[in-house]
Design a protein around this ligand. Structure first.
Ligand SMILES: [Zn+2]
Length: 670
């Protein structure tokens, strides 16, 4: 993976159609879903907060068959998808829209995606060109050309490649390579005992897919060949914890050095395949991986490579092909995530439209679901949180005066993006057709690939968004020193435009605080306000900061998900810091917003209680065991059962709000 911005992350994909949101309308002033609460719970210890906040929801909720889990993100996302559904159905039916308009573009994409009969009739024909290209690989030059070609169409072949801002020069984009090319979610699953069901599903799924693509007698052997090559790539891949080390994952090499390190890879052929002039240098994220990849290219027979590339192609594009192909792919996809049914076609088509041409769909979503008044209120909330942290920093006991000054400078340079981009992406050079869903997906991926690579050598566009606007998510991007909140998360569940402040500060306020503190976490703290990697800390401050982190590592190391699977404190440190710090700042901002006025009780709940209940509800969730195991192994976020109360348990105000004694050893950073 490339060093992508740190995400709040959508914890599970999609949500239940059976979950209803009507309670938000009956309680508009409260900003809490009271129907989720178990009011019989008396908070005696921190974990009781979750029981009080959503005990009833947890008891009553059954995870639908087409989901790996459900949670607050999904409930909001499901509502967003209902809005998108209406938009897309209307756009698909409207044949009078201007040819180059957003409506015509998303209408065409969605209409083609919805045509199941045609997809079934076409079978694998939409990927015939790619299958033939793979079958025709005769030498290493063909191999690397094909890898580049597949990458350009969105297939994760062998490794990841994309231009990215240079860590040490905020005005330059540099070609960046990262490890990749593996379908299973975590490297350990390629050989661990726990990974056996995933490997079996891989073979089963691969065998079914290869049977569709050629003579069935070799299908199983081909699937085994593909898996063995992936296993070799997994062996030389870094662990999720190793990937968090910013310095170790930045290695700027000249093309000459890269060629010397990987002599078996024809890099000239690669750049021809990418379609750009060979750059003078490349940032190679993981040296060990690329040295290993070179060995795999050198020693693994081309027949094995062909099997592997075919599997990557079939696995990533089959969801957009015939039902037969999509179901064969789902055998593995569902084992990874634990759900037993595919989602309804309109949901898959809607997600795919958003993923492919999200900035054509975005303006239509904003018009339907995000008002200028909501934008104004969120801007104010963000401003108040930034102010709260600015007021907090001078009183930190562990940070020296000189570092505090620099932290405040970084804070003052935060860029804030709320709702949607100021200018939308221009898709006029993307030519979608009515031939097939799969080809439109590949065309869109190719358009994006070219758009990304065209950035080399050009000034950096700081207005760009790295997420589509209907996503229930948010991010901090250290290269821009920016926090970004799409309209999709600024919806009831996180943000009620007409609700009281306490719950809004607890829910969306915590999310905002979370993203702000990423600017100062184990990774973000290594970049300054201009987006350049720089050490602006004194050694002593850094030591104190790391020590504060140690407290959190220890705390989370002792915790588990709902199934007793142990959390990795070190892997989740940055996100835990953001959760604990984000909640603390949101609370300070809430207090400041009262401006000396007394806290008003609503529905028997004090403002502070509403704040913590809303914070807990914004991470409510229920996840299947298999999916939770995968997340615990590789996700830098803690499981939701912890995110919904542990940050509160590290905050003295939580204990006071519920009449409990405040512990003397609370870990805290901010
Ligand atoms: Zn985060």
């Amino acid at each position: 993976m490339l060093a992508l911005p740190l995400l709040l992350i959508t914890i599970v994909d999609g949500s239940s159609a059976t979950l209803r949101l009507e309670t938000r309308d009956t309680q508009p002033k409260l900003g809490i879903n009271t129907s989720y609460m178990d009011r019989s719970v008396k908070v005696k210890e921190p974990s009781d907060l979750s029981k009080l906040a959503y005990g009833k929801w947890f008891r009553d909720t059954v995870i639908p068959n087409d989901k790996p889990g459900v949670g607050s993100f999904d409930i909001v996302y499901e509502n967003n998808r209902r809005i998108l559904h209406k938009i897309l159905e209307a756009a698909a039916a409207d044949r009078t829209a201007k040819p180059n308009s957003s409506s015509a573009r998303v209408g065409l994409f969605y209409r083609v995606a919805m045509n199941q009969t045609k997809a079934n009739r076409l079978g694998l024909r939409p990927i015939q060109t790619e299958l033939q290209e793979i079958a025709a690989i005769k030498n290493r030059r063909d191999l690397i050309r094909t890898i580049a070609d597949l990458q350009s169409k969105g297939v994760g072949a062998a490794f990841a490649a994309q231009p990215q801002q240079d860590d040490f020069n905020e005005n330059r984009m540099v070609a960046t390579f990262g490890q990749g090319g593996q379908i299973l979610p975590d490297r350990e699953t390629y050989w661990s005992a726990d990974g056996a069901p995933l490997r079996q599903a891989y073979i089963k799924s691969g065998t079914a897919l290869f049977s569709l693509a050629g003579p069935g007698q070799y299908a199983r052997a081909t699937a085994e060949g593909a898996l063995s090559l992936e296993t070799r790539l997994a062996r030389v891949s870094s662990t999720p914890v190793e990937l968090r080390d910013v310095a170790a994952n930045y290695n700027l090499l000249t093309m000459g050095k890269l060629k010397a390190m990987c002599p078996s890879i024809d890099w000239n052929a690669y750049w021809e395949g990418v379609g750009v002039k060979a750059p003078k240098d490349v940032n190679v994220g993981q040296l060990k991986f690329f040295k290993g990849l070179d060995q795999v290219v050198r020693y693994v027979p081309l027949s094995n490579w062909r099997a592997y590339l075919k599997m990557q192609l079939l696995y990533s594009i089959s969801p957009y092909l015939s039902d037969e192909a999509a179901k064969s792919q789902f055998v593995l996809a569902s084992t990874i995530q634990g759900q037993s049914e595919r989602e309804a076609r309109w949901k898959r088509a809607s997600d795919s439209t958003d993923a492919s041409i999200g900035e054509a769909l975005g303006p239509l979503f904003v018009k339907a679901a995000f008002s200028p008044a909501a934008k104004t209120r969120i801007r104010l909330l963000v401003h108040n949180l930034l102010t709260a942290l600015g007021e907090r920093i001078p009183s930190l006991t562990w940070m020296s005066e000189v570092t505090k000054k620099k932290a405040l400078v970084k804070l003052s340079k935060f860029m804030v993006k709320v709702g949607y981009p100021d200018k939308w992406r221009d898709y006029s050079r993307l030519h979608l057709k009515s031939d097939s869903w799969a080809q439109n997906v590949m065309r869109s991926n190719h358009f994006e690939w070219n758009r990304q690579w065209a950035k080399l050598g050009k000034p950096i566009d700081r207005t760009e968004w790295g997420m589509t606007v209907s996503q229930v998510n948010a991010y901090y991007n250290q290269y821009n020193n920016e926090i970004v909140f799409p309209a999709g998360i600024l919806q009831p569940g996180y943000f009620w435009p007409n609700a009281d402040d306490a719950s809004n500060y607890g829910a969306i306020g915590m999310v905002i605080g979370h993203e702000i503190t990423h600017g100062f976490d184990d990774q973000g703290s290594q970049f300054d306000g201009t987006g350049r990697r720089a050490n602006w800390w004194t050694a002593e401050d850094k030591k104190n900061f790391d020590q504060a982190g140690q407290g959190l590592i220890k705390q989370y190391d002792g915790l588990t998900d709902d199934f007793g699977q142990k959390v990795k404190g070190k892997l989740t440190l940055g996100e835990n810091m953001a959760d604990v710090g984000g909640l603390a700042i949101a609370y300070l901002a809430y207090q400041a917003s009262l401006n000396g006025k007394p806290d008003v009780e609503i529905d028997g709940l004090t403002g502070d209680q509403r704040f913590f209940i809303a914070a807990s509800q914004s991470f409510l969730g229920k996840v299947r065991k298999a999916y939770s195991a995968m997340l615990v192994a590789s996700d830098p976020h803690s499981p939701v059962n912890l995110r919904s109360y542990v940050p509160s348990s590290d905050n003295a105000a939580f204990y006071k709000a519920f009449g409990l004694e405040v512990p003397t050893d609370l870990p805290h950073v901010w």
